[in-house]
Write a protein that binds this ligand. Structure first.
Ligand code: NAD
Length: 256
């Protein structure tokens, strides 16, 4: 039961972030949800979560590619018992053709943002004597695929940052772990399907089955609800001695 805890979830107006926010709210946590946009629908999403779960939810716009915005997000939250570093983007290209601006953006949003939010949140967690940092890494934090240099480098970096955060907070009532999802059918994955259809000259169904899920021995996508449930578990008292590690939710991908 997470009643009375305040969770900040970066990149949570869609996909896995929203699924994790939903699961935390269902477990009783108050929320700050986030993305870089500041639209009516973002604030409506917060109201909807609050109404359905009977918790307090605020939407705070902050661009996770900017260090100052990352730190301002935690400041705006006021407190931070649970920090879910989830915001992430993808770009797929060979190293020698990889656009430099895409490399910089992926490293900033997928890796550096977690450093900045964690740096801002740890003093608040120490003051409360309790805290949970959950980094949404990836199977690509543990293993690689061609054409995803920035993403794989950033996600390996997130796993490293997770270990250091765990060591610096051990024995302080604070844990830090990374969830490593395999393929989850969210907008970030939807966006890759048309390119893959062209590259492989395949139908949508074949790209899903033969390209994407060929990596996943279960042959099934993981779901945002499953990632949400894993995050709630890591926030529970049962998980108090689980720190500095990764939990794969990848249908067996990294066992291959
Ligand atoms: P998504 O595109 O649905 O979600 C990404 C979220 O990040 C969105 O809410 C988006 O608004 C937000 N975001 C993007 N740029 C931002 C910025 N500059 N500032 C603030 N927010 C920003 O994709 P998703 O699949 O839900 O991805 C969430 C996380 O899960 C990412 O870190 C991704 O790498 C990771 N992940 C996804 C999969 C998958 O198969 N979907 C697998 C492994 C890991």
């Amino acid at each position: 039961n997470l009643a009375g805890k305040l969770a900040v979830v970066t990149g949570s107006n869609s996909g896995i972030g929203l699924g994790v926010a939903e699961a935390l709210a269902a477990a009783g946590a108050d929320l700050v949800i986030n993305s870089f946009t500041d639209r009516d629908e973002d604030h409506a999403l917060a109201k909807d979560l609050a109404d359905r779960h009977g918790v307090e939810v605020r939407y705070v716009a902050a661009d996770m590619s900017k260090a100052a915005d990352c730190r301002a997000l935690i400041a705006a939250a006021g407190r931070c018992d649970i920090l879910i570093n989830n915001a992430g983007i993808q770009h797929v290209a060979p190293i020698d053709e990889f656009p430099q601006d895409k490399w910089d953006a992926i490293l900033a949003i997928n890796l550096s943002s977690a450093f900045h939010t964690t740096a801002a949140a740890l003093p608040l967690m120490r003051k409360a004597g309790w805290g949970r940092v959950v980094n949404v890494a990836s199977a690509h934090g543990l293993t690689a695929s061609p054409f995803k240099s920035a993403y794989v480098a950033a996600k390996h970096g997130v796993v490293g940052l997770t270990k250091v955060t765990a060591l610096e907070t051990a024995g302080q009532g604070i844990t830090c772990n990374a969830i490593c999802p395999g393929y989850v059918l969210t907008p970030i994955i939807e966006a890759q399907i048309p390119d893959q259809m062209k590259t492989h000259n395949m139908s949508r169904e074949d790209v899903i089955a033969k390209v994407m899920l060929s990596r996943q021995p279960s042959g099934q996508f993981a779901t945002v609800e499953q990632i949400g449930g894993t995050a709630v578990f890591l926030c529970s008292d049962t998980a108090a001695q689980i720190t500095g590690t990764t939990i794969s939710v990848d249908g067996g991908w990294t066992a291959l």
